[in-house]
Design a protein around this ligand. Structure first.
Ligand SMILES: [Zn+2]
Length: 358
C-alpha cells in the first residue's frame, strides 16, 4: 500500500480518481462539509488531531470507485431509518455490514498513510477483497442528544493499525460499533470453529493463521454479544467461512453437516444467515425480508457515549489479546508477545480515557 495504490483493489489505478474514505453524503448529513473535526488522537500526548473531512481522500481506479455507488446510496437510506429509530429489514443490516467493512478498511489504509505508518504495516488486503469475507457484527446505539456530527473511534490505536477489526462511528444521534475478524463469532453461533487462533510469524508456517481447539455446539450461545457492551437497539452477527489455501470451504460444508447445511446462506461465498439478538434470545434469520426491531432502551438500561466507546476499546483489546502469536525463534517470540501486551494496554488506556469522560 502506498499513496499511489487504489484503496479498493490495492493495484496501481489505471485512471486515477479520488475516493472519500468517509463518503460525501455522510459528511453532508452530519454538518457543514467544509468543517474541521477531531479525526483521532495523538498517541503520545492524547491531543486531538483536527482534520477536514473533505481532505480525507485516497486514490482509486475509476472502475473500482463506480462499483460502490449503489452500496453508498443504499446505506444512506439505512441511516435515514436508523436516525428515525425505525426497524430495519435483515437485508439492510447486511448492506450496513458490507458498508462498515468498506469504511473500516478504508479508514485503516488512510490512517496508515496519514500517520506515517508508525507500526510499519504492509497491508495484505484492500477494501474489495475484505468486504463480506470474515465473521462480523454490528451494534447500533441511539443517543438521546440531538448533536450533529461524524466521528470515527478506535482507528487511532496501534492495535487497529496491526489488526483493523474493531471500530466505532458516531453519526449524529447514533453510535455504530462494528467488529470483523477471522472466526470471531463462528463458535458462539454453534458452527465448526476454532477456539484458538495461532498467527505464525516465522519458520515454515510464516504468515499462516492456524485454528485449533475446534468446537461445534450446533446451537447459538446467548448472548452472542460480548458482555463488555451495554444494551444496543440493534445487534446482528454473521459468520462467514473462508476458503483454505486449497480454495475449498471447511469439510463440514463439503460433507453437508446438517446444522451448517441448515444455516448456510450462500455456499459459493461461505456466508451463513445472520443471527439477530434481542433482549430475550438469539434468532437465525432465514428470510432477508424479515424485520429487525429497533429496540427501545429504557432509562435504567441506557448508557453514555463515553461508556459505549470505552466498551469498544476494551473489546478491541480483548480481540487482539486472544490472538496467539507464535515464532520459532525464541527472541522473536518474546518480542511479539511484548508488542502484543503493549498494544493491548494502549487500547485499554483509550477505554479508561473514555470511561473517565462520563
Ligand atoms: Zn482499483
Amino acid at each position: 500500500m502506498s499513496k499511489r495504490t487504489c484503496i479498493f483493489c490495492g493495484d496501481q489505478p489505471a485512471e486515477k480518481t479520488r475516493e472519500h474514505v468517509l463518503p460525501q453524503w455522510l459528511i453532508r448529513r452530519t454538518g457543514d462539509p467544509a468543517r474541521t473535526v477531531v479525526m483521532s488522537y495523538d498517541l503520545r500526548s492524547m491531543e486531538p488531531r483536527r482534520f477536514a473531512w473533505s481532505q480525507l481522500v485516497m486514490p482509486a481506479c475509476g472502475s473500482c470507485n463506480n462499483k460502490y455507488s449503489c452500496l453508498e446510496a443504499n446505506t444512506s437510506a439505512i441511516f435515514d431509518k436508523m436516525e428515525a429509530r425505525s426497524d430495519l429489514i435483515v437485508s439492510e443490516a447486511l448492506t450496513l455490514l458490507d458498508w462498515l467493512d468498506k469504511v473500516r478498511v478504508g479508514l485503516w489504509l488512510s490512517q496508515i498513510i496519514l500517520t506515517g505508518n508508525p507500526a510499519n504495516i504492509a497491508p495484505k488486503f484492500a477494501i474489495t477483497n475484505r468486504i463480506s469475507t470474515k465473521d462480523r457484527m454490528v451494534l447500533v446505539y441511539p443517543m438521546s442528544d440531538t448533536r450533529r456530527g461524524l466521528s470515527p473511534y478506535g482507528i487511532e490505536t496501534l492495535t487497529f493499525h496491526h489488526h483493523p477489526s474493531v471500530f466505532g462511528l458516531r453519526v449524529n444521534n447514533l453510535i455504530i460499533i462494528n467488529a470483523s475478524a477471522d472466526h470471531l463469532f463462528g463458535a458462539s453461533c454453534g458452527f465448526h470453529a476454532p477456539t484458538k487462533l495461532t498467527h505464525h510469524l516465522d519458520g515454515k508456517k510464516a504468515g499462516l493463521l492456524e485454528g485449533s481447539g475446534f468446537t461445534m455446539t450446533r446451537k447459538p450461545s446467548y448472548p452472542l454479544m460480548p458482555s463488555v457492551f451495554p444494551k444496543p437497539s440493534i445487534r446482528v452477527f454473521q459468520t462467514i467461512f473462508q476458503r483454505g489455501l486449497d480454495g475449498r470451504l471447511p469439510l463440514v460444508i463439503e460433507q453437508n453437516e446438517s446444522y451448517h447445511l441448515k444455516h448456510i446462506a450462500d455456499r459459493s461465498t461461505g456466508k451463513f444467515v445472520p443471527f439477530v439478538e434481542s433482549s430475550k434470545k438469539v434468532t437465525p434469520i432465514f428470510d432477508p425480508s424479515c424485520t429487525i426491531k429497533f429496540e427501545a432502551i429504557e432509562r435504567e438500561e441506557s448508557s453514555t457515549a463515553g461508556l459505549i466507546l470505552a466498551a469498544m476499546y476494551e473489546y478491541q483489546a480483548d480481540v487482539y489479546q486472544a490472538l496467539d502469536f507464535r515464532a520459532d525463534a525464541a527472541d522473536h517470540n518474546e518480542r511479539a508477545r511484548a508488542l502484543q501486551a503493549e498494544l493491548v494496554a494502549q487500547s485499554r488506556l483509550f477505554a479508561a480515557h473514555y470511561r473517565s469522560r462520563t
